[in-house]
Design a protein around this ligand. Structure first.
Ligand code: NAD
Length: 303
């Protein structure tokens, strides 16, 4: 399956590298020329469990040079989705599938503005990766990946993609309820990211102070209310599951924290900002999510 990855940062390179190691034809597309040049000359350097290996892989800054794709994997930050999808339109043939494994809410809508919805698939992954420099990434976290059709149907194409991922060592499950999984990850990001980012804390420290614990629970509770009103299925003990993930990643500085530390734009609009938007459409008030979204936005404006 010819796979083209739009956004060859930490996660795009990770998935691309793992698929390429299994002999799949993979093309990495990224606008960052220095990174692409490094991959073309030295291979993609994948550091895993303390060992680094170079992976030969196609890489380009120009999607138009790749030809047609069977699968386009969208792995840019959420605020770059529309531009990346616009660049990826040249890759389309009748049977091309577009899959987003990005965090947050709104990716599906952004993709479907330019691509017919029946070509669009959604997923969510618990893998983690870090970009170390041009051409070099670290595989930093392992977990399950869920894939689903937007209409919940079980199709041959999604099975094929899942099998390709599994063969590459990416534990994958196809689900008929992909939105539930997107929200499950969103709850964690809603409670953790912005709060850790603006307090300067590591993930686990949010559980150590009554103040941050209370704020975290308030952010997640508001998101739960929105999700319930939207018909999202929330399993038992959601708050405990969120805390378990935060505890399991205790020593990490979350990605939004790193973004603020390095004065980079964050994905706040797709996380707490998305809760504010969804709540607004339902006529619900979510003051904690509104406040934290506003705070992060003001910090970004002052970079
Ligand atoms: P990243 O910043 O490392 O990579 C994004 C890449 O997209 C960059 O290299 C950038 O140059 C490139 N890009 C921007 N515009 C482009 C365009 N028009 N065409 C091609 N490339 C373009 O980001 P990341 O950490 O890999 O995260 C990507 C998505 O995956 C985000 O939504 C993130 O929340 C999600 N995610 C990240 C992790 C993680 O551990 N890093 C885990 C799960 C999900």
């Amino acid at each position: 399956m010819k796979t083209v990855i739009m956004g060859a940062g930490a996660m795009g390179s990770l998935f691309g590298g793992l698929l390429s190691l299994q002999g799949e034809e993979v093309w990495l597309v990224d606008i960052w020329k220095e990174h692409i040049d490094a991959i073309r000359s030295e291979g993609l350097i994948l550091e895993e469990r303390g060992k680094a290996q170079p992976i030969p892989i196609h890489a380009t800054t120009d999607a138009a040079s790749v030809g047609k794709a069977d699968l386009v994997l969208i792995f840019v930050k959420t605020y770059h989705t529309e531009k990346a999808v616009s660049d990826a339109r040249v890759l389309q043939k009748e049977s091309t599938a577009f899959l987003s494994l990005q965090n947050g809410l709104g990716n599906e809508k952004a993709i479907c503005k330019q691509i017919e919805p029946q070509k669009v698939l959604l997923g969510v992954t618990s893998h983690g990766a870090t970009l170390l420099g041009p051409g070099k990434i670290r595989h930093a976290g392992w977990g399950k990946t869920y894939l689903g059709e937007l209409d919940g149907k079980m199709t041959d194409r999604i099975d094929q993609i899942s099998q390709m991922f599994v063969k590459a060592g990416i534990e994958t499950e196809v689900t008929s309820h992909i939105q539930d999984h997107v929200w499950e990850k969103l709850f964690i990001n809603v409670g953790l990211n912005a709060l850790a980012a603006i307090t300067g804390l590591k993930n686990g420290q949010l559980l150590d102070y009554p103040e941050t614990l209370r704020l975290m629970e308030a952010l997640v509770s508001e998101a739960m209310e929105v999700a319930k009103r939207k018909g999202i299925r929330i399993g038992e003990n959601l708050m405990d599951r969120v805390k378990t993930v935060i505890e399991a990643t205790r020593e990490n500085r979350c990605s939004m924290g790193q973004d603020l530390d390095f004065k980079r734009r964050t994905e706040i609009d797709a996380i707490n900002g998305a809760i504010v938007r969804e709540a607004g459409a339902l006529g619900i008030s979510v003051p904690y999510n509104q406040m934290i979204t506003d705070l992060v936005k003001v910090i970004e404006k002052n970079f």
